[in-house]
Design a protein around this ligand. Structure first.
Ligand SMILES: C[S@@+](CC[C@H](N)C(=O)[O-])C[C@H]1O[C@@H](n2cnc3c(N)ncnc32)[C@H](O)[C@@H]1O
Length: 424
């Protein structure tokens, strides 16, 4: 789907996007004419009052731009709750949810834990969007007023964490850096990944006669470029590449071996979040659920344009510069990087499996079996939702669950069958 064929936004929505573009353009000008893509993505999604997640538009569900598992079915949160019981029992009766969206997952988890007689003492939510935080507070106040005093919103990660930490589709929403592993031999001007794609390279930066500074290179001699955002002469946002200067990004890009002229994402922010959580977790487990794969598949030679994806009114496309603020921008998750960041921070790897196996291991089918198939009105929709959550053709295989933890004795029930750790 090309951005040209997407539904046309209302004049108000276009004016909103124009305000965000003006803010981004000002920041580009204040930073010497270029911003890393990660900063652009951060502003496009989270600029206060203007970003996609921070402005008031409806995002989740049928009327929004995409649908997540908790929005699709309460079976998701109810099943996840069973895994949380085990983690809380083995550590502390606390849950921390990162990026709680509409609040639906918190609602389903708390409702189920109440039924199971296993309510947490505290259910904390760390949400970067003030608008979503307000919606979450409203939902809990309306639907679970008697439990509202257990739910707390945090402004930052606590210094120490004990219990269960969960994040559904949060890692994919964190800003990524874009890297271009360019062939050691410079391509012709019409070559792939250069001007021919509407991507400009900083003039002079690839001039081989220039003695300094040396170009950053991979082990295979490829020139390592960071793709970012600049402005055309007429003030439009455009892509621009320049040699990587950020040492952390350079080190990460040098660890990855890909063919020439390869473009992909590096999830430094997601890795940083896992590191911070790992440093704070005293006892318990982190559970992250998202779409993605291990590094071999993520950086597969054929995936040479990366995984960056935008969602606008249920259309998926790859033009991240299309009307900033009106569309979601996401990248798949490199679960190998998540596991490595956790283990480097001293956590134990506890499991990696598909969403289908995780939910089945935690008893999703038992929840369906609580309803008689004779009660077609109740049974049929739930059965359809279970199918969407677990079918390999829908969310069952692309979505994975990873667990990292500290000081837990028993294996987690969600990973009993369907181990995929060989793919990390
Ligand atoms: C794709 S939505 C998923 C929402 C919800 N978990 C669900 O499954 O429906 C991503 C969520 O993560 C939040 N978020 C993004 N970056 C975050 C961060 N650094 N800390 C906490 N929340 C964050 C967003 O505001 C949003 O609520």
């Amino acid at each position: 789907m090309s951005a040209a064929t997407l539904p046309v936004p209302s004049p108000e929505a276009q004016a909103h996007s124009a305000k965000l573009v003006a803010l981004i353009a000002a920041e580009i000008q204040n930073h010497g004419g270029w911003l890393p893509f990660s900063r652009y993505m951060e502003l496009a999604l989270y600029a206060p009052g203007l970003g996609y997640y921070t402005a008031g538009a409806r995002k989740f569900g049928v009327a929004g731009d995409f649908i997540t598992a908790p929005e699709l079915s309460s079976l998701f949160g109810r099943t996840l709750a069973r895994q949380l019981v085990q983690i809380m029992h083995a550590s502390s009766p606390h849950i921390l949810e990162l990026g709680a969206g509409s609040g639906k997952l918190a609602l389903d988890i708390l409702s189920e834990l109440e039924v199971l007689g296993a309510l947490p003492e505290r259910y904390s939510i760390l949400e970067v969007s003030a608008d979503l935080r307000q919606r979450q507070q409203q939902l809990i106040a309306e639907r679970l007023p008697h439990l509202a005093d257990r739910v707390h919103w945090l402004d930052a990660l606590p210094d120490t964490i004990s219990g269960a930490v969960i994040g559904n589709e949060v890692l994919d929403a964190l800003p990524v850096h874009l890297v271009h592993w360019q062939a050691a031999t410079l391509p012709s001007p019409a070559g792939r990944g250069s001007e021919g794609e509407g991507v400009h390279q900083e003039s002079g930066s690839l001039d081989r006669k220039s003695p300094t500074p040396p170009l950053p290179r991979s082990e295979m001699g490829q020139v390592l470029l960071e793709r970012g955002i600049s402005l055309t002469e007429s003030g439009q946002l455009c892509w621009r590449e320049r040699p990587i200067t950020d040492p952390a990004l350079l080190a990460a890009a040098q660890r990855i071996q890909v063919p020439d002229d390869y473009l992909s994402e590096l999830p430094l922010a997601a890795n940083g979040l896992i590191t911070s959580l790992g440093q704070r977790l005293q006892q318990g487990a982190l559970l992250f659920i998202d779409y993605g794969f291990g590094a071999r598949e993520f950086y597969h030679p054929q995936r040479d344009r990366g995984t960056l994806m935008c969602h606008y009114r249920h259309y998926a496309h790859d033009d991240a510069l299309f009307l900033p603020g009106l569309q979601d921008i996401t990248a798949h998750v490199d679960f190998t990087a998540v596991a490595e960041a956790g283990v480097d921070a001293g956590l134990e790897f506890l499991g990696y499996t598909s969403q289908a196996f995780f939910l089945i291991n935690c008893g999703i089918t038992d929840l369906l079996n609580e309803i008689s198939p004779d009660d077609v009105r109740a049974y049929a929709p739930l059965s359809g939702q279970l199918q969407k959550l677990t079918s390999p053709a829908e969310m069952g295989e692309l979505f994975k669950v990873i667990a990292l933890g500290r000081a837990l004795e028993a294996p987690l029930q969600g990973f009993g069958r369907g181990d995929l750790s060989r793919l990390l």
